[in-house]
Design a protein around this ligand. Sequence first.
Ligand code: GDP
Length: 546
Amino acid sequence: FPMSTTASESPHDSRTDNPFPPDIQRDVAKRRTFAIISHPDAGKTTLTEKLLLFGGAIQLAGTVKGRKSARHATSDWMEVEKQRGISVTSSVMQFEYHGHTVNLLDTPGHEDFSEDTYRVLTAVDAAVMVIDAAKGVEAQTIKLLNVCRMRDTPIITFVNKLDREVREPFELLEEIESVLGIECAPITWPIGMGKTFRGVYHLLNDRLLHFAAGQERRSESERLDGLDNPLLDAQFPAEVAKLREDVELIQGASGPFELAGFLAGRQSPVFFGSAINNFGVQEILEALLDWAPPPQERNGGERLVQPAEAEFSGFVFKIQANMDPKHRDRIAFFRVCSGRYTPGMKVKHVRLDREIKLANVLTFMANERLLMEDAVAGDIIGIHNHGNLHIGDCLSEGEALAFKGIPYFSPELFRVARLRDPLKSKQLQKGLQELGEEGAIQVFENLGSGALLLGAVGTLQFEVVAQRLQTEYKVDAIFESADIYTARWLTFPDDNTRRNFEREQLHRMAKDVDGNAVYLASTRYNLEVTREKWPGVAFHSSREHG
Ligand code: GDP
């Protein structure tokens, strides 16, 4: 299959008509930036570990996220995480593999932190979807895939845990196609499962990969000359008939793999394997290198930004506090969209309209943070943040760019924050403002009463915020239930309507951390009635950052 990356003609910057700098073009073509999405327990962490092993980013499996006994490793930095045994935050890992620079963005598995996951998915160019072969498509898989679909992100599917008694492969493919609405193109096909799992047949390469449980090293593959090869009868007397039958069925039933369909997000190449046995993992990595796209042009608001342009640009998609308890800092994760980062460079902070210097920018390995020397489109850099950088913020070399697409969704759960000690209201305000800017929770200030409201997608977010208020801001807050059904962002046709609406609805109005007007509906009925009464006012269930 041809690589999608090689630019044969030399592309030009349409604004200046200068050719793109060849060094940037070359480096961008080597980038692959992706995330792994899955329902909790499907095997995302295990697959991450194995991928990092191939990349040499970690020495031993088990250092990404300690499971069971050793739950204190890299990304488990918070008490809540430790107590609950879940990974709350996402992190970024960069490694080299076969001449490529791979950026793997980790996403929190727990659905209470799905807002964070949505934001991470805006920063990737492809995703690997892990399906537990015993369970098939699960609730969180559906949600995450829908987010990928918003940007037509290409998806590679890994059907995991074939070393167990699982569901029939055909049934799984059918479920993926019907529930997720994405066409499947099997690339490997399993031979047996559970105790009789023998390996996979690579449909494109006509190769056989032998499976041996507990073998950490990758097994060698051997080339067959078609499935009639008597070698198969000798090696798998019990399974070969089924394999031949299956392959015939596949060739009849599913379309062949098409790179264009994959890149458009319509078709997903499917691999079968067992992450814990390191089986089928290298094939995923190779598919990422060979088929997944390098960084593409991005909508910068004013115009489309090309990844190989000379001028540096990008956006903040995530802010993470206390990554390292020793450092007690906040890091803004920034996706480079064009140009080249060089240490000490001066860039424009578009929202604040002022120049900032980028120094001591970080890159991340599985359990280390290193100073970043060089970054191009597709790379993620960590910028020390003292509150100036919010989610969605854009940095450029002067242009007023605004990268589109980082969503805020209307929260489903609401609480009112109240203080035990009323003298701490300044700290509470500051803490909530900062945690809101960071995206840990959504914060609204009621325009009528001045009360501070928290909005979350999952209840664990409230726990995280309560704990962080206590440890970082020394504020002891109580969260009480709020009489709110949902929130809607408002846009008004004109100032007059806005003023009239505010006059009538002040007690049900709030502003978010960026000052946008919000309507707080008490019930579904209340929302409907208000909408009907104010046909000119638009009620939005999501908004973009910035
Ligand atoms: P995550 O929640 O998606 O990150 O899932 P984990 O990687 O933590 O895996 C969940 C559980 O499934 C763990 O107990 C893993 O050991 C197990 N697991 C992962 N991959 C495999 C596999 O290929 N076969 C089997 N039998 N178990 C697996």
